[in-house]
Ligand binder design. Structure first.
Ligand code: SF4
Ligand code: SF4
Length: 197
């Protein structure tokens, strides 16, 4: 009987000690450390109580979270949309009628296409990061932003194009006009050639 009481008391004390250890550890502040740090995965203390959003768990520097696009550096090559395994990037390009292009990206690449639409549906994204790997101008990147709570699913579609529908319509009309003129000139040249033969 006495043995059982002693065992019960010892067990209770062990449990209490464990609880107290975690209670005090839960107040410990975690510092953000890079994933390359030797003790990254040993930093388990203090994880049972997080006063979010005042306190946040450390996230790896190489983490894949919200995508962002620096549209001024985008050449609208469509590679990111083509490689995306879940088709969550929708791009509409419009070729410029200006032979000199429409400007340059920060790495000096000439831009020849307008991005009339550049949408990413983050609700579908599987965060594989493939789009960021293929981008020739490195303008589509994974950020460290992970808390993007929304109430409507449609709000997870992010629009990166900086063109208004009116501007896009104007550029489309200019391109159609130029293509019609080129076609007419080509036809006239062929007819002239046939007439001369
Ligand atoms: S991270 Fe992957 S799934 Fe998400 S948009 Fe890029 S390629 Fe598509
Ligand atoms: S791969 Fe890069 S440059 Fe090409 S369309 Fe996508 S974001 Fe733009």
């Amino acid at each position: 009987m006495i043995k059982r009481a002693i065992k019960g008391f010892t067990t209770a004390m062990t449990g209490l000690g464990l609880t107290l250890r975690h209670l005090f550890a839960s107040n410990a502040k975690r510092e953000v450390v890079p994933i390359t740090s030797d003790n990254y995965f040993e930093k388990l203390e203090g994880t049972n109580t997080i006063q979010y959003p005042k306190q946040k768990l450390p996230i790896p520097e190489v983490g894949r979270y919200q995508l962002d696009v620096e549209i001024d550096d985008c050449i609208v090559c469509d590679l990111c949309a083509k490689i995306c395994p879940v088709d969550c990037i929708t791009i509409e390009s419009i070729k410029t009628t200006d032979p000199a292009g429409i400007g340059q990206t920060s790495d000096g690449t000439t831009k020849r296409l307008y991005a009339a639409q550049f949408d990413i549906d983050m609700a579908k994204c599987m965060y594989c990061g493939l789009c960021t790997i293929v981008c020739p101008t490195e303008c589509i990147v994974m950020t460290n932003q992970y808390d993007r709570t929304v109430f409507e699913l449609s709000n997870l579609t992010y629009e990166f194009s900086d063109m208004s529908p009116e501007e896009a319509a104007e550029k489309r009309a200019l391109l159609e006009k130029q293509q019609a003129e080129k076609q007419a000139a080509k036809l006239a040249a062929m007819q002239k050639k046939e007439g001369g033969a």
